[in-house]
Design a binder for this molecule. Structure first.
Ligand code: HEC
Length: 337
């Protein structure tokens, strides 16, 4: 091969390699849901409503994704568009996936919407869509627990009235937890994409836990002792910060493995995932190191730090986590079981 061809060949090789790297980066990206992920603490056990076929408890649909939409049949445009969107989205799913989804339209206007009327209305959009409602108290129990807002407006001279209501679709997972909310603006294709991923993989634990503050009375179930945290900060800065960063942010690019397979120091603070480990595992890594045979590795601190010093450093690290991360680590916040 002459030099010109050789160069061309190498150039082509580099292009291919870059292309492969970009593709693998795209493939490694976790799926970003179009809906808002909700921390899974809102259980639907008490969702009790009425349908034309009789009383309905949502627990009946555990093992499917339930899509709840609140509205009323006199609704001029918002409800029909939302329900039509759900219909299109579901038609884009495979048959197997389709059978794992149940749409329930809940009327917040039981004075005008009889069970028969709601059922008929829901079936216009999907033969297996369910129409439901309840007494005012039953409805309020459901809307309050899910954070749904609605307001019945005063009637005009003909007695007609409109109802303002949240135009979100509420996604309840097969275990009965509210896990996601779709806005009115979402597209049918985006709903279909989210559903496919929900059914296939669910929501990764870190995306769920970082979705919002813990809305329970547990403020923080991890005990942080100020003296240890304080002491730990000094020890951290002296022993760990040069690799894991003063702000515990790790070294940029830590995700990408180097040619020899070793990794740069990962973050230990809020953006890390070490809160998914146990304290025993963390102590072990710090004492014994990790991948110590690799050029870039986590050194062993067994001979340089005492147990109390390691404990102090850990306390400092915990203090940098979000409340959700701390609660998860302490075992008091479990994502959908
Ligand atoms: C010389 C650089 C260096 C120093 C100093 C260092 N680390 Fe690391 N640490 C690393 C590297 C590199 C890794 C990733 C190893 C791997 O995954 O192959 C790591 C990994 C870790 C992990 C495991 C993360 C995981 O997800 O498995 C913990 C925990 C950790 N370090 C804590 C500490 C603490 C605490 C200190 C201070 C006592 C410290 N490190 C000091 C480089 C360092």
């Amino acid at each position: 091969m002459d030099t010109k061809h050789k160069r061309l060949f190498i150039g082509l090789g580099i292009c291919l390699l870059l292309f492969a790297m970009i593709i693998s980066m795209i493939l490694n990206q976790p799926y970003q849901y179009h809906g808002f992920i909700v921390p899974p603490v809102q259980h639907d056990n008490h969702v009790f409503l009425r349908t034309e076929e009789g009383p309905m408890n949502l627990t009946k649909y555990h093992n499917r994704y339930v899509l709840l939409y609140f509205g009323y049949t006199y609704c001029p445009d918002v409800c029909p568009t939302s329900l039509a969107k759900l219909k299109i989205a579901l038609s884009e799913l495979s048959e197997a996936d389709r059978s794992k989804v149940q749409v329930i339209f809940v009327s917040v206007d039981p004075d005008r919407d009889t069970l028969e009327k709601i059922n008929e209305y829901a079936k216009v959009f999907g033969t297996d869509f369910i129409g439901a409602t309840g007494t005012r108290t039953e409805i309020d129990l459901v809307t309050e627990s899910l954070g749904v807002k609605y307001k019945i407006n005063p009637p005009d001279e003909n007695g007609n009235y409109s109802v303002d209501h949240s135009a979100y679709t509420y996604v309840i997972d097969p275990n009965g937890y509210l896990v996601m909310v779709w806005s009115h603006e979402i597209l049918a294709e985006e709903i279909a994409e989210d559903l496919t991923h929900l059914i296939e993989t669910g929501i990764p634990v870190d995306q769920q836990l970082l979705a919002g503050p813990t809305p329970t009375s547990i403020i923080c179930s991890l005990t942080l002792i100020p003296e240890f945290v304080n002491n730990g900060q000094g020890l951290y800065e002296h022993n760990c910060a040069q690799c894991h960063g003063v702000d515990l942010g790790g070294i940029p690019g830590w995700r990408t493995p180097l040619a020899d397979g070793s990794h740069l120091a990962p973050p230990l603070g809020i953006s890390s995932v070490i809160w998914q480990k146990t304290e025993t595992e963390l102590i072990e890594v710090i004492k014994e190191g990790k991948n110590v045979e690799k050029p870039i590795h986590m050194p062993a601190f067994e001979s340089t730090l005492s147990d109390e010093e390691i404990y102090s450093i850990l306390q400092y690290i915990y203090s940098k986590w979000s409340i959700n991360q701390q609660n998860y680590f302490a075992g008091s916040l479990t994502p959908t079981p």
